[in-house]
Design a protein around this ligand. Structure first.
Ligand code: ATP
Ligand code: MG
Length: 184
């Protein structure tokens, strides 16, 4: 469905603002462009972003930072009318040890799966996110360092929307912006 993806992501990120504040996290959204009209599946994008945010919030202690970045670039290797849309969720949390890295996208895999672990979950979030991305021709990659944090990058090829089919909405911000959503 054609739509404006930057505002969509900004709104979704913003809906977790008070949650992040409650957890004592600095939380922000950075977009390299203010509007982008593409064909995209809002439900799937929402599922993936919520999974990544829930991980970032779960595994980042109070006082840490969670940042979402969005950017886009032309995808001439695909066709003249598609963009690579890249979403990154970055945190300053506990990180993942190298030995666990090859398994984090496996179904039900959790670094700490003991009954006493503080974080809830079933180990399905990343597996599901990867399935959704791969199904749509995208990629998902995770980089992490113990004690430093984790960054997950999702890249999705999306066809530009024919502007005639897209309702005109007001531009929502400057071309480059850095909105700090929660007081730090
Ligand atoms: P669910 O997503 O089903 O609620 P989950 O969050 O444990 O459960 P995944 O999202 O698939 O499962 O993540 C798998 C495991 O990878 C997690 O249990 C955790 O050990 C590790 N992990 C994922 N994201 C992060 C992160 N941002 N920081 C540190 N560890 C992470
Ligand atoms: Mg999860």
């Amino acid at each position: 469905v054609p739509g404006e993806v930057v505002g969509f992501v900004r709104g979704l990120v913003g809906s977790f603002e008070s949650f992040a504040q409650q957890r004592g996290l600095t939380y922000g959204f950075e977009a390299a462009l203010s509007t982008l009209y593409v064909e995209f599946d809002a439900d799937k994008l929402e599922k993936v972003l919520i999974n990544l945010l829930s991980n970032a919030f779960k595994f980042t202690p109070k006082g840490g930072e969670v940042t979402v970045q969005l950017r886009a670039e032309a995808a001439p290797e695909l066709d003249a009318h598609s963009m690579w849309v890249e979403l990154m969720v970055r945190d300053t949390g506990c990180g993942i040890a190298p030995a666990h890295m090859p398994h984090v996208f496996d179904r039900f895999y959790q670094v700490d799966s003991t009954d006493t672990r503080e974080q809830e979950g079933t180990g399905i979030g990343l597996a599901l996110s990867k399935e959704l991305m791969v199904l749509h021709g995208g990629t998902i990659t995770l980089a992490s360092e113990v004690g430093q944090g984790t960054r997950v990058v999702v890249r999705l090829p999306l066809p530009l929307a024919a502007t005639s089919t897209v309702p005109v909405t007001a531009a929502t911000g400057p071309a480059v912006e850095h909105a700090q959503l929660a007081a730090s």
